[in-house]
Design a protein around this ligand. Structure first.
Ligand code: PRP
Length: 181
C-alpha cells in the first residue's frame, strides 16, 4: 500500500497536532450547547473519531452518507445513502468532512440540515482544495485543517477505489496507480 504513495503531504504528527487545535477551538465555541456532531461517511471517519477524542464536552454523535450529483445551472442534487438517526431540529450541528473539493456536497448538505430545523450548522473540514471549487459554490467552511493544492490525495479516511483509507497520514498517490484503471 505504502509503495503506491509518491510523497507524504501531511504527516501523522501534523494531522494530530492540527486536529487537537481544531477540537480546542470547537470546545471553546460549543461548550454548554451540546452540539450534534455529524460524521459524513466514509471519508471523515478517522478525522471524526480523533476530533471527538479531544472534545471533552457534552455532545451527540450522528452519521450520514451522502453524495452530490449534477452541477452548474441545474444546481445539483443530494443523494442520501445513509440517513441520520437522531432529530436535529433545534440542535447546533457541526458537520465533519474530510475534504471540500468542488464544494457541491456541503453546499447541498448544509441547507438541507437547516431546512430540517437545525438551530445552527457549521462545517469543519480537514482538507480544503479551493482551487477545485465550483464557481457556483459560495459556501465557505468554518474550520479548516489544511488548505492543499490540487493533488490526488489518499489516506486518513480518503480513498482511491475504496483503498488507502487506513493510512495514518495524507499521501499523494503515484499517477501510475490511477492511470492503470
Ligand atoms: C467525498 C468527500 C466529500 C465530497 C467532497 O466523498 O468525503 O463528502 O467527496 O467533494 P465535493 O466538495 O466535490 O462535493 P465521497 O462521495 O467520495 O464519499 P466517501 O467519503 O465515502 O469516500
Amino acid at each position: 500500500m505504502k509503495n503506491d504513495i509518491r510523497e507524504i503531504l501531511v504527516s501523522e504528527e501534523q494531522i494530530q497536532g492540527r486536529v487537537a487545535e481544531l477540537a480546542q477551538a470547537l470546545v471553546e465555541e460549543y461548550d454548554g450547547r451540546t452540539p450534534t456532531v455529524v460524521c459524513v461517511l466514509k471519508g471523515s471517519v478517522m478525522f471524526y473519531t480523533d476530533l471527538l477524542r479531544h472534545m471533552q464536552i457534552p455532545l451527540r454523535l450522528d452519521f450520514m452518507s451522502v453524495s452530490s450529483y449534477g452541477a452548474g445551472t441545474t444546481g445539483g442534487a443530494i443523494h442520501i445513502r445513509q440517513e441520520l438517526t437522531t432529530d436535529i431540529s433545534g440542535k447546533d450541528v457541526i458537520i465533519v468532512e474530510d475534504i471540500m473539493d468542488s464544494g457541491r456536497t456541503l453546499n447541498l448538505l448544509k441547507p438541507l440540515l437547516l431546512k430540517r430545523g437545525a438551530k445552527s450548522v457549521k462545517i469543519v473540514t480537514l482538507l480544503d482544495k479551493p482551487s477545485r471549487r465550483d464557481p457556483a459554490v459560495t459556501l465557505e467552511p468554518d474550520y479548516v485543517g489544511f488548505v492543499i493544492e490540487d493533488e490526488f490525495v489518499v489516506g486518513y479516511g480518503l480513498d482511491y477505489a475504496e483503498q488507502y483509507r487506513n493510512l495514518p497520514y495524507i499521501g499523494i498517490l503515484k499517477p501510475e496507480v490511477y492511470a492503470k484503471s
